[in-house]
Design a protein around this ligand. Structure first.
Ligand code: NAD
Length: 343
């Protein structure tokens, strides 16, 4: 008989529902404790899932009492560094919500702590685990549009979350744009070397600050990413994945962030026309090897890694490259100039 892994979950708010469901789906894990500064949230999650974990408000105390093999961190970004540090110090593998930290120093520190403790520290960058993004990645990797020269993303939505986001500084860049930046980095296959950005709060915004932003990044190999976004943009919403245009030396891809992907290749080298003919490209099918499934996909890969499987692609030492884009953009917006990005 195999023995289930023992895990403590911390941060029992809205997102923890999805986590607990996915953890149950993967199986092989007992949630032996739930920590939240608001114990009513922890109790509610336990009741919903019909489980009977220890409920507490003090993570280090619970960790020393229960010595779990795994900590699932779904709390707010402001307490992430404390939670992940405590979990690693207690010898647990950690799967953490995004963003992986609030500053690059904190992120570097967590990567170093995970290495020193020889524990896994993985981040839920769930939007990388989207089937359509995997298909786009395959198309780019096939060389069908030549070399990627630009990724341009528009993100316009109007969510009324309530809670921590409405007071959080840099809310759009830090809490949301990290997904789009990470996905762009994945498609370009390179590291951003500099950032230029501006944040503002549009009239009528229900956020305290920073609900809108634009950002541009130069990548080491010469590609550029541009982003325009707002969380206070009522009407004509884009998808949560943004609306994308990827430009290459020989063609382009557009993606509505949902199911519509279109790509075309230019025949410039044969036609000599002002606007050369283009030919539509077929979008590759998903390969069985493609890792998909959003939260469930990342949680599956994390748990597999704790059981001896391969290192997940959203491990902290990789994910810091996406966080560095966010923090570079925030620095640029604060300083009012382009900044270099150093990981
Ligand atoms: N990956 C995604 O697509 C996605 C989507 C939504 C939220 N998130 C992330 O999930 C995290 C949680 O977001 P949410 O929407 O569930 O927020 P939420 O406000 O609904 O829940 C946060 C919970 O953390 C608890 N908490 C606060 N401080 C704590 C502490 N010191 N120790 C333990 N618990 C503490 C709060 O009491 C609350 O129950 C955030 O980092 C957010 O960015 C990710």
């Amino acid at each position: 008989m195999t023995i289930n892994q023992r895990a403590v979950l911390t941060g029992a708010g809205a997102m923890s529902r999805k986590w607990l469901e996915a953890i149950k789906t993967v199986g092989g894990v007992d949630i032996v404790g739930i920590v939240d500064i608001n114990p009513a949230n922890a109790e509610a999650r336990a009741k919903e899932r019909n489980i009977n974990p220890e409920i507490g408000t003090d993570l280090p105390a619970m960790l020393s009492r229960l010595a779990p093999e795994i900590v699932f961190d779904v709390a707010i970004p402001a307490v992430r560094h404390d939670i992940v540090s405590a979990a690693l110090a207690a010898g647990a593998h950690v799967l953490s919500e995004k963003p992986m930290a609030e500053t690059l120093e904190q992120a570097r520190d967590l990567v170093a702590r995970a290495k020193a403790a020889d524990r896994l520290h993985v981040v839920i960058q769930n939007r990388r685990y989207l089937a359509q993004l995997r298909r786009i990645h395959r198309l780019v990797a096939s060389g069908a549009i030549g070399e990627v020269t630009g990724v341009h993303c528009d993100f316009f939505l109007d969510p009324h979350f309530g809670g921590f986001r409405e007071q959080m500084p840099h809310v759009l860049l830090l809490d949301m744009a990290v997904h789009t930046f990470d996905a762009a980095r994945y498609v370009i296959g390179d590291i951003a070397s500099s950032a230029y950005a501006e944040e503002w709060n549009p009239a009528g915004s229900w956020y305290e600050r920073d609900a809108s932003a634009f950002a541009s990044f130069h990548f080491a190999g010469g590609a550029v990413m541009t982003y325009r976004g707002s969380w206070a943009a009522p009407g004509l919403r884009t998808s949560w994945e943004s609306y994308w245009r990827i430009t290459g030396t020989e063609g382009s891809i557009v993606w509505d962030g949902a199911d519509d992907i279109r790509a075309a290749r230019s025949n410039a080298h044969v036609s000599g026309q002002l606007l050369p003919d283009t030919a539509m490209l077929e979008i590759p099918a998903l390969d069985p090897a493609d890792r998909i499934g959003g939260h469930l996909g990342v949680i599956t890969d994390f748990l597999a890694a704790t059981r001896g499987g391969p290192l997940p692609e959203t491990v902290g030492s990789e994910n810091i490259k996406s966080l560095a884009m966010v923090l570079g953009a925030i620095d640029s917006s604060t300083l009012g100039r382009r900044v270099e990005i150093h990981i």
